[in-house]
Write a protein of this length. Structure first.
Length: 255
């Protein structure tokens, strides 16, 4: 026996297919958006979590390195060939500054130090801003200029450091070598892991050859920044460990 299909049911089937397609499309879009949101959340919390944590910490903790005294070098009779003397350096922390503030501070500092602005700017890694030593061994004139205009130099500090001295001057210069600021390329190598950007390292001669022996271990001083005057800020100081002394077999009087 054959029954004719109700035309009303056929109409429902006709409308059902497009409706099912729209529902599936909406479900697919909703799942895609949810997946995108979860991926972004994972990226922010896991991949960049440490970076944001460090940024938050830098906003409430003022940290400053304490560079280790470099090891003294002696000749075979214990006469000093290379030692350290007190000096002043420019330490710059750009992490709380906007890019326009950074550029303005560097331009002003370049004028006070009579140093090319480009040279100071190249010492910063704008993809990962961190504290850096911009200039070492300030002359009395440079020191006076910076201290006089410190209100125009946000993020800039004058810190006490040690400069390398050679009692024999240029007499043994070719043999002893010279010091210079660590480059960004060197900082990306394993040999210079743990060095502060802009710190002084051996560039040639014995200073470079025995860099890891003379370097020592840097310390640091941290001071918590508090807005409530009643809260006592916490501080932490890790003293540096001086580099090893190096006694050579040469006799400076025979050179």
């Amino acid at each position: 026996m054959h029954y004719d299909r109700d035309p009303l049911l056929e109409g429902l089937d006709t409308h059902r297919n497009p409706l099912q397609f729209r529902i599936l499309l909406l479900v697919f879009v909703a799942v895609f958006i949810l997946f995108a949101l979860l991926s972004r959340l994972f990226f922010l919390q896991v991949v960049e979590g440490a970076l944001y944590k460090e940024k938050a910490r830098s906003n409430r903790v003022h940290a400053q390195p304490i560079l280790a005294p470099r090891g003294t070098m002696y000749d075979r009779h214990s006469k000093v060939l290379a030692s350290n003397a007190e000096a002043h350096s420019i330490f710059f922390d750009p992490r709380r500054l906007s890019n326009p503030q950074i550029y303005k501070a560097l331009q002003a500092l370049a004028g006070y130090l009579n140093t090319p602005y480009k040279e100071l700017r190249e010492r910063l890694d704008f993809e990962r801003l961190q504290p850096v030593y911009l200039h070492h061994e300030l002359s009395p004139q440079e020191l006076a200029q910076v201290l006089e205009h410190r209100d125009k130099l946000p993020g800039v500090e004058v810190v006490s450091t040690l400069e390398r001295q050679y009692p024999e001057g240029q007499y043994l210069g070719h043999f002893m070598g010279h010091m210079g600021q660590v480059s960004r390329e060197e900082l990306n190598t394993e040999a210079y892991t743990g060095y502060y950007p802009g710190s002084m390292v051996g560039k040639s001669g014995l200073e470079r050859q025995y860099e890891m022996f003379l370097k020592g271990s840097d310390g640091k001083q941290e001071q918590e920044i508090t807005l409530d005057k009643e809260d006592e800020p916490h501080s932490l100081q890790i003293p540096p460990v001086a580099g090893h002394r190096l006694q050579l077999t040469l006799d400076k009087d025979l050179q």
